[in-house]
Ligand binder design. Structure first.
Ligand code: PLP
Length: 390
């Protein structure tokens, strides 16, 4: 059976060029980057080259990059790191209602530790409400954390507008760029952020590696105590092979992002158009234009996203009903609820996230499969039946 993967928002396959550069670092070049002998020095050298590659791709300096185990750890380090180190200045943090659980659950944890969190709402496209945002800022606000692009609906936030406010008021700004990095331009100065999270497995690199950008002079408390790795901000022997793979994936992003994103945008728009043209009661969630090049989030009336997912899986097609982390839960997605969808609309939603390797033929195959699956499920649906839908 033909297998088609369209869940690149959850994870991506590792690019074979990435695997090639990683392999020697498991065997011949296995040194610990902290060791003084030549094995160690070899590892230390490639670690710094990798740091340079990652830094230059986002307009940062190498010393502003802390390697982590991925997006979740980067988000934790940014938010808890600022909170613990700056609590004498204030204990108020602002975030949005549509953040990834890596941010929302970190904020919820801090609430139990005596911090106060304001969750700013978004409009029906998922764009943050700037007026509400401005009003939420207080004298004791120390940190604002708003994601660059949403993992479920792909909406891109006006981070540079937010940064004008935070700079004026001396508040630290963090953005989770896990989904945007590799698909749209990400530059720390243009965005005006103090901290930015990225993850390797969303950009055809290995899992379990990522980075936090920390602007020079941003006071952060380390969460892991141990050796003085990563400028004493993240103790633990560095994952050299993983970091080398991550850096290679970043270099491929630098070389091919514009072409790859153009390709995915064409596929995305073709998929949306074909689905909308061939079926009724289908709607797009998220902003039509300010959206990631690879994200399609559709809601179908009268049927369940989970059923669509399972029927498509039987045809070899991999998609999702939300973010990878929440798709096993039966609760309606907090993102779809935040943009104003009723629970039944959230339950009828699916997320298709394209990748650089997908083709127009695959898109056409998926559209055909969707038409068939939706028709079959609606034929079984009592509500659709009453409306004489097929
Ligand atoms: N932030 C966003 C927006 C994500 O989409 C994800 C993963 O889905 C994460 C953070 C977590 O990243 P990681 O899987 O590298 O921990």
């Amino acid at each position: 059976m033909k297998r088609i993967y369209m869940d690149h928002g959850a994870t991506t396959p590792v690019d074979p060029r990435v695997v090639d550069v990683m392999l020697p670092y498991f065997t011949d070049k296995f040194g610990n980057a902290s060791s003084l002998h030549s094995f160690g020095q070899e590892a230390a050298k490639v670690l710094e080259q990798s740091r340079q590659e990652v830094a230059s791709s986002i307009g940062a300096k190498p010393e502003e990059i802390i390697f982590t185990s991925g997006g979740t750890e980067s988000d934790n380090l940014a938010i808890k790191g600022i909170a613990y180190r700056n609590s004498d200045r204030g204990k108020h943090i602002i975030t949005s209602t549509i953040e990834h659980p890596a941010v929302l659950n970190t904020c919820a944890y801090l609430e139990n530790e005596g911090f106060e969190i304001t969750y700013v709402s978004v409009d029906s496209d998922g764009i943050i409400d700037m007026d509400e945002f401005e009003k939420a800022i207080r004298d004791d606000t120390i940190l604002i954390s708003v994601m660059h692009a949403n993992n479920e609906i792909g909406t891109i936030q006006p981070i540079s507008d937010i940064s004008k406010l935070t700079k004026e008021k001396g508040i630290y700004l963090h953005t989770d760029a896990v989904q945007s990095f590799g698909k749209i331009a990400v530059n720390v100065d243009e965005l005006g952020v103090d901290m930015l999270s990225i993850s390797s497995h969303k950009i055809y690199g290995p899992k379990g590696v990522g980075a936090l950008y920390v602007r020079k002079g941003t006071p952060l408390q380390s969460l892991a105590h141990g050796g003085s790795h990563e400028q004493s901000m993240r103790a633990g022997t560095e994952n050299v092979s993983g970091i080398v793979g991550f850096a290679k994936a970043v270099s491929l992003v630098n070389e091919h992002r514009i072409d790859d994103s153009k390709h995915m945008t064409q596929l995305r728009d073709s998929l949306i158009e074909k689905v909308m043209d061939s079926m009724d009661y289908v709607y797009l969630s998220g902003h039509a234009k300010k959206r990631l090049p690879n994200n399609v989030n559709l809601r179908f009336n009268f049927i369940e996203g989970e059923s669509m997912l399972l029927f498509l899986d039987m045809k070899g097609i991999a998609i999702s009903t939300g973010s990878a982390c929440s798709s096993k839960s039966l609760k309606p997605s907090h993102v779809l609820t935040a943009i104003g969808l009723r629970p039944e609309d959230s339950h009828g939603s699916i997320r298709i996230t394209l990748g650089k390797g997908n083709t127009q033929e695959e898109v056409d195959y998926v559209v055909e499969a969707l038409i068939e699956v939706v028709g079959r499920l609606r034929a079984m649906s009592p509500i659709a039946g009453k409306m004489k839908l097929s």
